[in-house]
Design a protein around this ligand. Structure first.
Ligand SMILES: Cc1cc2nc3c(=O)[nH]c(=O)nc-3n(C[C@H](O)[C@H](O)[C@H](O)COP(=O)(O)O)c2cc1C
Length: 414
């Protein structure tokens, strides 16, 4: 374990402590003291296609903007005079303990943003003790993910329906053998949508390999050096299913043709029958869908609008959260992602009933700004901010955030 990873564990796991103690800031922290600044660093430092792929949303990014604005609008009313120590961040979720109430959301194509992204995210999550959801369209194999993050590994699956789900069921078998703790089925991609910023940047099937790409790469020696260290993007999880010796374009064509539609409820039931560990349904915005997932045996729900990447008019996930929490109560944990950029946002979601949240883009911006050190920096920054936000509102634990009074103008009127 290198020094920085050690620092991340210490930062995330640090219990209690003097709330008024002085902090010593690392050089990375002085350069990038917020996730928003990491985003600016990523924009400046990455090749254009890499930033556009990781950062771009549906349409003109209005869904992304709505997630941010909706989170910003949530106000927490603190209670003072109640706590004298910094809160502990540890949570229990699906029968396991985690170091903080946030984790790494599943992401595909991550290695376009930063070569080796998947390995780096898995290792940082393991070091920080936070849930790591390995996405099926990620750049390494499931077995490698489980080896790097044995204590925190979850696995996200999209629908591969050909041959009666032969590919999906094979992956479930592999997930069980590899010791994955939770299987996440994503329901919010019923149709393929196009992200204009990706298309304009040449992230297409096949990849646009033209002069603009060469110029883009030539301007980013850091990214090229990372590729020399970690290798070309590979989609290692899907490659074997795409055919013997499949090259990148062939694997991407396989993704386009085979990874189609979202699971139907019938199919969710079939996966439930084959998987006896925790089953998580991701991409829920309507309380009736949450109810349906629980009725089928889901162990947790992720309220999400896919980070604004699918289509613009969806409600912000934070605005959909309270109605889902009200409907589901304490039957299963309700989790949330989409738009989280700070510890204050984490605590907003906790206050509205989420048991934990996930972040996608924030971790990618960390990679873009700080390269290999990015994911650990994001984890430790968020842990510090979450601890401070909980302490500021008078909550001694993540669960205690639910007791705070919240003003939430955007809550969906279910
Ligand atoms: C580059 C990228 C790739 C993604 N790929 C997947 C995926 O393969 N499967 C999935 O369920 N969600 C995927 N997502 C969505 C995330 O899991 C998550 O819902 C979203 O990023 C949360 O919003 P945030 O980025 O604002 O934190 C992806 C997100 C990004 C940014």
């Amino acid at each position: 374990m290198d020094e920085r990873t050690g620092a991340a564990i210490a930062a995330v796991a640090r219990p209690g402590g003097d709330p008024n103690g002085f902090q010593v800031f690392s050089a990375d922290m002085r350069r990038f003291p917020t996730v928003a600044r990491l985003r600016a660093g990523a924009r400046a430092g990455l090749p254009r296609f890499a930033f556009e792929y990781g950062d771009g949303g549906a349409g003109e990014d209005k869904g992304i903007a709505r997630n941010w604005a909706a989170l910003d609008a949530v106000e927490l009313v603190p209670r003072y005079g109640v706590t004298r120590t910094l809160p502990a961040l540890v949570i229990e979720l699906l029968g396991r303990r985690y170091g903080a109430p946030f984790g790494v959301a599943p992401m595909g194509g991550t290695a376009f943003v930063w070569p080796g992204a998947d390995e780096l995210l898995a290792s940082a999550a393991q070091a920080a003790g936070i849930p790591y959801v390995f996405g099926v369209a990620g750049g390494m194999s499931l077995e490698r993910a489980a080896e790097l993050a044995p204590d925190v590994i979850w696995f996200q699956l999209y629908r591969f329906a050909r041959n009666d789900h032969a590919v999906g069921f094979d992956m479930v078998r592999r997930a069980e053998a590899a010791g994955v703790h939770a299987l996440v089925l994503t329901l919010d991609v019923p149709v393929r949508t196009t992200r204009p910023r990706e298309v304009a940047a040449g992230i297409t099937v096949p990849l646009r390999k033209d002069l603009a790409l060469m110029a883009d790469l030539a301007a980013s020696p850091r990214w090229l050096m990372a590729m020399a260290r970690h290798g070309m993007p590979r989609f290692a999880m899907l490659r074997q299913y795409a055919g013997e010796g499949a090259d990148l374009d062939t694997v991407m064509a396989f993704v386009r043709d085979e990874m189609a539609g979202a699971f139907t409820w019938d199919e969710v039931g079939r996966y439930r029958d084959r998987w006896n560990r925790a089953l998580v349904i991701k991409g829920i915005l309507h309380p009736d869908d949450a109810e349906r997932a629980v009725a089928l045996g889901a162990d947790a729900i992720v309220v999400s609008n896919h980070g604004g990447r699918q289509i613009e008019p969806l409600p912000a996930a934070i605005d959909a959260l309270p109605a889902v929490v009200a409907r589901i109560g304490d039957r299963v944990p309700v989790l949330m992602d989409s738009g989280i950029r700070s510890g204050a946002d984490v605590v907003r979601a906790l206050a509205l009933g989420a048991r934990a949240v996930f972040l996608g883009k924030a971790f990618l911006w960390g990679l873009g700004a700080l390269g290999d050190r990015g994911p650990a920096h994001v984890a430790s920054l968020l842990a510090d901010e979450t601890r401070a936000a909980l302490g500021q509102i008078g909550a001694a634990t993540p669960a205690a955030a639910r007791d705070v009074v919240v003003r939430h103008p955007g809550a969906l009127p279910f």
